[in-house]
Ligand binder design. Structure first.
Ligand code: PNS
Length: 168
C-alpha cells in the first residue's frame, strides 16, 4: 500500500518555505498531495485556481507530487484520498498554538489521522506568504523568497489591485 501524505494550506502564494517542506515530505512518502484550501470564507489575494496553478508550475519537476484543490473539511479530503497523514511546516513557537488546535480538532473528527510537523531550513524560518505579500506591495525585492514565476504573478496581481483601487 502506498504511503500518501497530504500537505494542506492556503499557499497564497507558495513560497520557498513551502517548497522546502514539499521536498522534505517527499523523502518520507510515496505520494504527496498538496491540498489547496478553497474555502470561500477565507480572504485570499489569489483565487484557489491561481494558487493551484502557481503550485503546479513550481513543483512540475518533482515526481510523486499532486496538487489538488479542496473545500470543506480537510479530514473528509484525506478520507476520499485514502490518506492518513497530514504534514505541516512548523516555524517559530508562534505557530504552535494554532497548529496544536488544528491537530486536536482534526483528531476529534477522525482519530486515525495524524499530523506530522517538519521544520524548514533556517533561511526560510521566518518566511510567510503574508510577509511576502506585504513586501511585494511595498516594492521590496522578493526574489529570495519565491520562485520567479510566483514573483511575476504576484507583481501582476498587486499592480492590478492598485489600479482597481485608483478607480474608486
Ligand atoms: O496555510 P494555512 O492557512 O495555515 O492552512 C490552514 C488550513 C487550510 C490547513 C486549515 O484552515 C484547514 O484545514 N481548513 C479546512 C477546514 C477544516 O478542516 N477545518 C477543521 C480543522 S482546523
Amino acid at each position: 500500500m502506498k504511503n500518501v501524505i497530504v500537505y494542506p494550506g492556503s499557499f497564497d502564494p507558495v513560497t520557498y518555505g513551502h517548497l522546502d517542506i514539499i521536498k522534505r515530505a517527499l523523502a518520507i512518502c510515496d505520494r504527496l498531495i498538496v491540498a489547496v484550501s478553497s474555502n470561500p470564507t477565507e480572504n485570499h489575494l489569489f483565487s484557489s485556481k491561481e494558487r493551484v496553478l502557481l503550485l503546479k508550475e513550481t513543483t512540475k519537476g518533482a515526481k510523486n507530487v499532486d496538487v489538488k484543490e479542496f473545500d470543506g473539511l480537510l479530514i473528509n479530503f484525506l478520507e476520499r484520498k485514502g490518506a492518513k497523514i497530514i504534514i505541516r511546516g512548523l516555524r517559530a513557537v508562534s505557530d504552535f498554538e494554532y497548529e496544536f488546535q488544528m491537530v486536536l480538532t482534526n483528531r476529534k473528527l477522525n482519530e486515525k489521522i495524524d499530523t506530522i510537523f517538519m521544520m524548514p531550513t533556517e533561511k526560510y524560518f521566518y518566511l510567510s506568504s503574508s510577509l511576502i505579500k506585504e513586501l511585494a506591495t511595498l516594492g521590496a525585492d522578493i526574489s529570495k523568497y519565491v520562485p520567479e514565476f510566483v514573483e511575476k504573478k504576484l507583481k501582476e496581481k498587486i499592480s492590478y489591485a492598485k489600479s482597481q483601487k485608483k478607480a474608486f
